[in-house]
Design a protein around this ligand. Sequence first.
Ligand code: HEC
Length: 301
Amino acid sequence: MEEQQTQQTSRDSLASRFNLSLVIMYLCTVLITAPTVYFVTKQQVYERAEADLILLVDVVKSIQDFVATDLRPHFMKEKIFYSPSFSGIVATSRIAKYLKQKQPQFYINNVSDNPLNLENRAKGLEQSLLERFRKNRNLESYNTVGQIDGQNYLVSSAPKVSRKGCLRCHGEPAQAPQDVTTTYGTESGYGYRNGEVVGVSVVGVPLEDVQSLTLQRSLLVIGGITLLFALLFIVVNMLVKRLILIPIGDITELAKAVSQGDITREVVVYRRNDEIADLANAFELMRRSLLTAMKRMRRKS
Ligand code: HEC
């Protein structure tokens, strides 16, 4: 009984040592995977947002270039005054409205703390950007991450500086074009002075929620790793049992039988080419020579 016990525990311990190392390997893999997934996901989210932002900022600049170089001179020559063909900001604001219907995730706006269109009043992040550009007049653009209307954006911003041409619409209300005063009134958006920072252009692309995306991906990756380790666990246990534990158990039992004087029981001869098979075969060889020796001794006596 005592012997049986020791054999049992030692047999368990070989398999459980394999299993313990598998569990440790599994835990290490998970511990390395989770932060790696977080890091890679964050990197990807920012890279994608940055690429979108560069594209969007260039599109907005191109709209303003188009108004300044193609539309404005033409309409001035024809003496037709229509604000979207005169001001790049107005054209951008109109185009942004159409874009919002197709790509609602992007944010394009020109804001001011003295706006013609009251919807363009700077608030929150936009107001702090406006103050930043007022404090630092050398700053030509500023990229940051921030919340607009509760959504996280990667934002590119640039100051809007009042020039002589701007005063045509944003100067004295009495001199402003009629299409401007009838649409926006005469209360707000006027009295700009040459050279002052009057507003900010803000272009934002959404930053996906890194946390929940990481959680989603981590669960997927950890699920895969768990499945793989479960499979490895089953296969390793099966192999250890078949290739090591069972043959060693057989040999142990036989050794015990031999020690008690029973040498008639044969060891299973393995047709494999590994150390355990060598051991079993050597044991069987020894048993057979023992058997012949004993027979010879019996005959002699
Ligand atoms: C042709 C008239 C006109 C000219 C010239 C003009 N703007 Fe405007 N601007 C407008 C109108 C109209 C809006 C409102 C657009 C809207 O509804 O979003 C506007 C909007 C803005 C806004 C957004 C906040 C607001 O008032 O609604 C800023 C900032 C701005 N203009 C700055 C400028 C600057 C700087 C210049 C000169 C570089 C300029 N504008 C030239 C007509 C003009």
